[in-house]
Design a protein around this ligand. Structure first.
Ligand SMILES: C[S@@+](CC[C@H](N)C(=O)[O-])C[C@H]1O[C@@H](n2cnc3c(N)ncnc32)[C@H](O)[C@@H]1O
Length: 285
């Protein structure tokens, strides 16, 4: 989409007001995605940009709703199954000798990515020694994540990824879906079993505003399909934080359409679908 300069300038004005009147700073989100989302909000709420700005200054509940609408929360179980198969078969087995495994899902949305990961860890007997923290800006999706309840129809095709990752055709030892999900026959939803839900800590956290300070270094950071909504300066800032927060040899897992620019070429080695931190360099801010 071509962004008309005068419109994006006005929208940047709105983002400045939002920053001033709320705790949200979306000023460095990418122009094209912000432009699309704000245009949709104006249409859906039948507002002009001036009216949107006026409401933002006076109505904090409205701001929360707008944030839900601006952030893109699309997610699925075992999104990109080939990535999860690689983690399951090649990377996770190398973690067996670690005493603890610290994992951060940054931008976890409604939790499907987190539960997919917990299932793999359990299958490899790594769950008990894993500390998993999962964060997102959006409080509404975090509520769903904590509940572990998912609409059957909406998620049906994604549940099929379960077999694509965990079960090889014809090996005769299939892992059953029922091991991890309660599937009420008469209900419209499936529920993640409580032993998995207990293993993750879902928290509200804004990647733009706060560093993850009070936590040990991570062996794995997932930040899939989040950076794609940020401009390149903000992507670089957040990637520097991830580099600092990873152990040496730690793994960064990005989305299939996300990568690292030349600046990070000497700081990470790409290995299949993951980026491995390969030095102890610490970025100063
Ligand atoms: C497209 S979803 C990706 C979900 C999941 N990682 C996946 O790949 O399936 C992007 C998520 O990033 C979250 N997000 C956007 N800006 C954020 C920020 N500043 N801090 C934390 N999370 C953010 C959104 O709320 C949304 O849930």
């Amino acid at each position: 989409m071509t962004v008309k300069v005068e419109n994006i300038t006005e929208i940047k004005g709105f983002l400045q007001e939002l920053k001033e009147y709320s705790s949200y700073d979306l000023c460095e989100y990418s122009d094209s995605s912000i432009y699309r989302r704000i245009k949709k909000i104006l249409k859906d709420h039948k507002l002009s940009l001036d009216q949107l700005i006026a409401k933002t200054k006076t109505d904090s509940l409205f701001i929360e709703n707008i944030i839900q609408e601006i952030t893109v929360n699309t997610t699925e179980f075992f999104r990109d199954p080939e990535v999860w198969r690689e983690l399951y078969q090649n990377f996770y087995p190398t973690l067996r000798n670690k005493k603890y495994i610290n994992i951060w899902h940054a931008g976890c949305s409604s939790g499907q990515e987190v539960y997919s990961n917990l299932i793999l860890l359990n299958e490899l007997d790594l769950l008990d020694k894993s500390n998993v923290i999962a964060t997102d800006l959006n409080s509404k999706v975090l509520k769903v994540a904590k509940s572990g309840k998912y609409d059957k129809k909406e998620n049906q095709e994604y549940f099929e990824n379960f077999n694509a990752v965990l079960n090889r055709e014809g090996n005769g030892s299939d892992i059953l879906f029922e091991k991890y999900f309660e599937d009420g026959v008469n209900s419209n939803c499936v529920e993640v079993k409580s032993f998995l839900r207990k293993q993750s800590d879902f928290q509200q956290h804004d990647l733009v505003k706060e560093e993850m300070n009070n936590h040990a270094k991570f062996d794995i950071i997932f930040c899939r399909n989040v950076l794609i909504y940020f401009n390149s300066a903000l992507q670089t800032k957040i990637l520097k934080q991830f580099h600092n927060k990873l152990t040496n040899g730690g793994i960064l897992v990005l989305g299939n359409h996300e990568g690292l620019n030349g600046f990070f070429k000497t700081k990470f080695i790409k290995d299949g679908p993951v980026f491995i931190k390969n030095n102890t360099f610490h970025f100063q801010f």
